[in-house]
Design a protein around this ligand. Structure first.
Ligand SMILES: Nc1ncnc2c1ncn2[C@@H]1O[C@H](COP(=O)(O)OP(=O)(O)O)[C@@H](O)[C@H]1O
Ligand SMILES: [Mg+2]
Length: 379
């Protein structure tokens, strides 16, 4: 594939906030962006040149979309293989469909990681209640039951504390295949956002630290408060995965850091990631510009972090008592506001985020939390 220069058109499958921030980076650089998803007036569509609304299974619409762009990438992983194959017959898909196929299904992803010699938490494939009981007997309790496909923000997950809960937990799967994995009593969660260019060049943003609430990312602190040794190992594992997946684009690797200092890979995302949002305000090149560069075959940009940062997600819950107090959050001069343009503020839905920059990560975390608290109107 030739290098795509500004003026070229990039297609994005999916239309959420990741596509929106990608489109903003792409358009700043002079590219045109078309987005494809089953919805209208979407976070990506609002800032794209063209918004196509059709089902991922509508292959005629998919082919028509592909014929109007020069490369296709995705911001949403649960795209059917047939859709990606139909596109790949017309224009290049970056990252390629094989990486998407591996990472969109927990069992395929974990089996790949195990084969690659990457440390993962013990897991078993679960299709029947008998298999679930067997798995609980070998793995032990507590354990986490996760649907193999279509999971995000903790959806499709259930913590099983005792064997007695197994039948009830199995019911909630509603016939979907699943993975049972050991519950990890981690010290903290960390992630590495990295990227690989079409020429094999690799770049990374170091290790960041993630705090989750109700299985949803709450805050990211960059850089992570971990030893140099842990940081080196995490980056090494992440960049080796870029090579093993022959990925062209951005990859995020999520880890559990155990209390004895051991790292386990939790999951992979073959795209920009929520834990990399801080890069927009804190790094020389954002993860979204990096994705544009990789997908278009340009050289990767510098990943240097300019200041310590902390990011806090804004969930729909913040709208419980009406519109948040934006003026109060914007009164913090070192806090940046990002809003995704979603019309309905449901509980647990990612509506936007804040990034704070400061002299230290602890200070940035205090600042971002204070700015978020200021959004809630009192009295
Ligand atoms: N095996 C586990 N042990 C402990 N906590 C877990 C485990 N699996 C998931 N979690 C918690 O739930 C969060 C979301 O789970 P994850 O597997 O990353 O799914 P997704 O992000 O796709 O919803 C994790 O970041 C972690 O906080
Ligand atoms: Mg996750």
């Amino acid at each position: 594939m030739n290098t795509l220069l500004p003026g070229a058109t990039i297609g994005v499958l999916g239309s959420g906030q990741l596509g929106r921030m990608f489109a903003m980076a792409a358009r700043r650089m002079g590219y045109l962006v078309h987005t494809f998803s089953p919805e209208t007036d979407t976070p990506t569509g609002q800032v794209a040149d063209v918004e196509v609304t059709a089902s991922y299974d509508d292959l005629a619409a998919v082919r028509d979309f592909a014929s109007r762009v020069e490369v296709v990438t995705f911001e949403f992983e649960n795209v059917p293989s047939a859709t990606v194959e139909a596109i790949a017959g017309i224009v290049p898909v970056r990252p390629a469909g094989a990486a998407l196929y591996t990472t969109q299904h927990r069992l395929r992803e974990k089996s790949f990681l195990e084969r690659a010699g990457i440390p993962v938490t013990p897991f078993r494939h679960v299709r029947t209640l008998l298999e679930l009981n067997d798995a609980l007997n070998t793995i032990g309790c507590p354990a986490v039951l996760k649907t193999a496909g279509f999971g995000y923000d903790g959806k499709g997950q259930r913590l099983i504390k005792t064997l007695a809960e197994s039948a009830d937990a199995f019911q909630t799967l509603d016939g979907q295949e699943a993975v049972l994995e050991a519950f990890v009593d981690f010290e903290r969660e960390v992630s590495v956002v990295c990227a690989r260019g079409a020429d094999g060049q690799v770049a990374h943003y170091g290790v960041v630290e993630n705090a989750h609430e109700r299985h949803i990312l709450d805050c990211t602190i960059a850089p992570a408060r971990v030893s140099g040794e842990v940081a080196r190992e995490a980056v090494e594992l992440a960049t080796s995965l870029l090579e093993q997946l022959s990925l062209v684009g951005v990859l995020c690797v999520e880890f559990f850091l155990a209390r004895d200092g051991k790292l386990f890979v939790n999951e992979l995302a073959p795209r920009p990631h929520n834990s990399g949002h801080f890069t927009i305000d804190a790094c020389a090149t954002s993860q979204f510009e990096q994705q544009v560069r990789a997908v278009c075959g340009l050289s990767l940009g510098a990943t240097e972090q300019l200041r310590p940062a902390a990011m806090a997600n804004l969930l729909g819950d913040l709208w419980q008592d009406g519109e948040p107090d934006w003026r109060a959050a914007c009164a913090f001069p070192n806090v940046k506001l990002h809003i995704y343009g979603k019309h309905e503020a449901r509980a647990g839905r990612k509506m936007g985020h804040l990034t704070a920059l400061a002299a230290s990560t602890d200070e940035a975390l205090c600042l971002v939390r204070a700015a978020r608290a200021a959004l809630i109107r009192r009295g």
